[in-house]
Design a protein around this ligand. Structure first.
Ligand SMILES: *[C@@H]1O[C@H](CO)[C@@H](O)[C@H](O)[C@H]1NC(C)=O
Ligand SMILES: *[C@@H]1O[C@H](CO)[C@@H](O)[C@H](O)[C@H]1NC(C)=O
Ligand SMILES: *[C@@H]1O[C@H](CO)[C@@H](O)[C@H](O)[C@H]1NC(C)=O
Ligand SMILES: *[C@@H]1O[C@H](CO)[C@@H](O)[C@H](O)[C@H]1NC(C)=O
Ligand SMILES: *[C@@H]1O[C@H](CO)[C@@H](O)[C@H](O)[C@H]1NC(C)=O
Ligand SMILES: *[C@@H]1O[C@H](CO)[C@@H](O)[C@H](O)[C@H]1NC(C)=O
Ligand SMILES: *[C@@H]1O[C@H](CO)[C@@H](O)[C@H](O)[C@H]1NC(C)=O
Ligand SMILES: *[C@@H]1O[C@H](CO)[C@@H](O)[C@H](O)[C@H]1NC(C)=O
Ligand SMILES: *[C@@H]1O[C@H](CO)[C@@H](O)[C@H](O)[C@H]1NC(C)=O
Length: 404
């Protein structure tokens, strides 16, 4: 007992000093908002980018690194008694729940998560303090994972979607207030909203809770209602059209649009998905028109790696359903081309083949993943059930933050 407590106290102190250290170097937050830096790692096994933040949990605080995920709704972390039977282990560190004096384990054995990647696990839903960017959220609901399995690299997850998508609802139990909702209820941020800025090559990516940053995008933010298929779960928006644009040497831009009627539908915005998945017909056209090809056996879209240097082509996504003036996000080629790390000796026209961030989705499965989000600055508003988007500016350090 004493040993555990001493070890936990040391761990807590270490976590605290590193947390306050990064806190000291950080610009002060605008009242009503909390900005948190994001670390990008390129997941092993072709898993694509993973956007990570550091938070700490419990009393004394224990630091863990978790992956941001707009495609799911639970915050959960690995317990330090997890044997981590998954291929890449428990990434991002773990949490010793017995060393936290504020933890309440009132919903044991009710956590049961599984993701499209095939990763799954079980554990408890608990209540405890969560510390984010130097602020404390009291008595927050989150999961601790005692078992886990899967073939893909996985961190604990910080789900950012609506309560209706929580794993607990699979058991027909009531949803609980998410971390972002708790932050708002406890007055740490003005409203349950957050913005994502991923489009920075130099590592100044961030998530801004409770506001948006006018310095990080061009034009105006355009607001869409989140589509509600029965209840609010994921960040579904209506899309209008998919196209490709090319800038000619004289500077004029030509855009070709594909299958406006077949693309129309809803897609969810998921920063936990490496790729965009859009309906087959229009995706295939956009892939071919960008110089790529789809390999149905490997279920991967390929493009010659040299495309990463193509600054003239963009893949264009028009949103807003029937509204002809809806937001238009132009996704840069360099954000769509990633090294191919999967199986098979793949070349493309004699050149090294890279994976391309757009694939035809299985019927009805439409996802606006990482490449799309890098092209956009996005404010997700849980209170208003809206998503506001504009084209992101690249590598901006200035701030012009507005609390919402
Ligand atoms: C999070 O913590 C890890 C490990 O301490 C560190 O390498 C990383 O830079 C931290 N990331 C951020 C965004 O503070
Ligand atoms: C916490 O204590 C319980 C009960 O003794 C034990 O089952 C569990 O494995 C412990 N957790 C950790 C992380 O050591
Ligand atoms: C978790 O859910 C899966 C799939 O729904 C189910 O097969 C499994 O038995 C559940 N595990 C636990 C411990 O409830
Ligand atoms: C949840 O409720 C639905 C509808 O009442 C039912 O079909 C389903 O079997 C229930 N699931 C569980 C896990 O109890
Ligand atoms: C999304 O599109 C569908 C089909 O056109 C329409 O019924 C629905 O009202 C739209 N929802 C939003 C929020 O725009
Ligand atoms: C620019 O070049 C494109 C393609 O070569 C051509 O279609 C277009 O007319 C040119 N525009 C101007 C203003 O010269
Ligand atoms: C397809 O959609 C785009 C963007 O909304 C629009 O500019 C274009 O005219 C549409 N094309 C057709 C054939 O409807
Ligand atoms: C992209 O361009 C840079 C600079 O010219 C070059 O070093 C690099 O090899 C190119 N990358 C590919 C994949 O062709
Ligand atoms: C891939 O290429 C390497 C080197 O050319 C060769 O040794 C290997 O057998 C090839 N693998 C497959 C699956 O073709």
């Amino acid at each position: 007992m004493v040993r555990t407590t001493v070890a936990a106290a040391l761990l807590g102190l270490f976590a605290l000093s590193s947390a306050s250290d990064s806190f000291l170097h950080k610009k002060p937050d605008v009242p009503g908002t909390i900005e948190l830096p994001i670390t990008l790692v390129n997941g092993a096994n072709n898993e694509g980018p993973q956007y990570l933040v550091n938070i700490s949990v419990g009393t004394p605080p224990q630091e863990v690194t978790v992956q941001l995920d707009t495609g799911s709704s639970d915050l959960w972390i690995f317990s330090s008694d997890n044997e981590c039977n998954n291929k890449y282990g428990c990434l991002g560190g773990s949490f010793n729940e017995n060393a936290s004096s504020t933890l309440v384990n009132d919903m044991p054995n009710l956590l049961n998560y599984s993701y499209g990647s095939g990763d799954s696990g079980t554990g408890d839903y608990v209540l405890d303090d969560v510390h984010i960017g130097g602020h404390t959220i009291k008595n927050a609901r989150f999961g601790i994972s005692h078992t886990s399995k899967g073939e893909q690299p996985i961190y604990g997850l910080f789900g950012l979607a609506f309560p209706g998508n929580e794993f607990i609802t699979n058991l027909n139990m009531s949803a609980y207030d998410t971390i972002v909702m708790k932050m708002s209820q406890q007055g740490l941020i003005n409203s349950a909203a957050f913005s994502l800025y991923l489009n920075d090559d130099d590592g100044k990516k961030n998530i801004l809770f409770g506001g948006y940053d006018k310095a990080k995008y061009s034009g105006e933010l355009q607001t869409l209602d989140v589509v509600k298929p029965g209840h609010y779960g994921e960040w579904y928006v209506n899309i209008t059209a998919l196209g490709t644009s090319t800038v000619a040497s004289n500077g004029s831009t030509t855009t070709t649009w594909f299958g406006n009627s077949s693309i129309a539908g809803t897609a969810f915005i998921d920063c936990g998905s490496p790729k965009m998945y859009l309906p087959a017909g229009s995706s295939m056209n956009a892939i071919l028109n960008s110089g790529g090809k789809y390999d149905p056996n490997l279920q991967t879209t390929f493009i010659p790696c040299s495309a990463i240097n193509d600054t003239k082509t963009t893949v264009d996504v028009k949103l807003g359903g029937s509204d002809p003036d809806g937001p238009l996000i132009k996704v840069r080629m360099s954000d769509l081309v990633a090294p191919y790390t999967g199986n098979g000796n793949v070349t493309f026209g004699g050149e090294e083949a890279c994976s391309f961030g757009l694939s035809p989705g299985p019927d009805g499965f439409e996802v606006l993943g990482d490449a799309f989000i890098k092209g956009a600055y996005i404010l997700f508003d849980m209170d208003k059930h809206t998503v506001s988007l504009a084209e992101a500016k690249l590598n901006v350090e200035e701030r012009d933050i507005v609390a919402v």
